[in-house]
Design a protein around this ligand. Structure first.
Ligand SMILES: [Zn+2]
Length: 297
């Protein structure tokens, strides 16, 4: 479908990122009918990782800087979009158009971003900043998501479902800037009680940083799921999805992140793909209907 000239740039770019020390991950790619994952209900065409029992057993942790691994991936999937792992070398502020751009401008006013910037295939922006230690957050501001520890971003020259390519409008080689203090304050709120939007029950003093708590909970649940033994795997997975769904309902985790991380962990436990998908979605749905009050519960 895509002209052969598409093949070399993706592999070439992946090797260049890796040479600069940034772990790379192959994603599915948009097709004429949707997504190369061939799921009719795929809601993130060309934006989610490829899972393969042998090549991608550890998901995000398998993001690689090894040229031989990268060559193998893009030989097998020449048109695979590519993602860069966030949280180590950089974090990314993901800004949608037009809401995100307006919200961000209102927050940081005259402050200018000097680091690398990507124009996304949907017309938004990825601002690359020094890592903050924060995990992923969706809805940090209206139209603004954060990709940090445990996350990834689609990177140039990947193709968006719209047919447009992601491209650098300020190159990856320019120096990273610090996260603006206004954004840092949102990423690390002084106390959970300052959060609005809960139904008044508040959060306990034991949890000083709900975002970190949620990231840690995601990692812990993934570990439990990956280590579950035969006979308990499905129940363990459901329970994990349920708990994390509660955090998603409180806007502390992104539903897609939960899907990716839990599916990866369940895959490692040996569960089949169909069962994994069904169980996670069911647990998430139920958990989201029962938001947790008091995060340390
Ligand atoms: Zn897909």
């Amino acid at each position: 479908m895509a002209p052969p000239t598409r093949v070399a740039p993706l592999l070439h770019a992946a090797l260049e990122y890796a040479a600069a020390g940034v772990p790379v991950l192959p994603l599915h790619s948009p097709t004429a009918t949707g997504c190369s994952c061939r799921r009719p209900d795929c809601d993130r065409p060309g934006k989610h990782p490829r899972w393969h029992r042998h090549l991608l057993r550890h998901g995000l942790h398998d993001a690689s800087t090894r040229p031989e691994v990268i060559r193998r991936w893009w030989t097998r999937w020449p048109e695979a979009n590519l993602a860069l792992r966030t949280g180590d070398r950089f974090d990314v502020c993901d800004v949608d158009r037009p809401d995100g751009a307006a919200a961000l401008r209102a927050l940081v006013r005259d402050r200018r971003f000097t680091g690398p910037v990507v124009r996304t295939g949907s017309g938004g922006w990825h601002l690359y900043l020094r890592p903050t230690g924060a995990g992923n957050r969706s809805g940090l501001l209206p139209g603004v998501d954060w990709r940090g520890a445990g996350g990834y971003v689609v990177a140039p020259p990947s193709r968006h479902a719209s047919g447009r390519d992601y491209r650098w409008i300020r190159p990856p080689g320019v120096a990273l800037a610090d996260c603006p203090p206004e954004l840092t304050a949102l990423l690390f709120p002084p106390a959970p009680a300052a959060r609005s939007g809960s139904d008044g029950s508040g959060t306990t003093d034991r949890v000083r940083d709900p975002s970190r708590y949620a990231s840690a909970a995601l990692a812990a649940e993934a570990g439990t799921v990956a280590g579950a033994v035969v006979g308990t795997r499905n129940t363990t997975l459901y329970r994990a999805a349920y708990h994390l769904g509660q955090l998603a309902a409180a806007h502390l985790l992104d539903e897609h992140d939960i899907l990716v991380v839990l599916a990866d962990a369940a895959h490692r436990s040996g569960l089949g793909r169909y069962e994994i998908d069904r169980t996670i979605r069911s647990g998430l749905r139920t958990g989201q209907r029962h938001p947790r009050h008091g995060l340390a519960a």
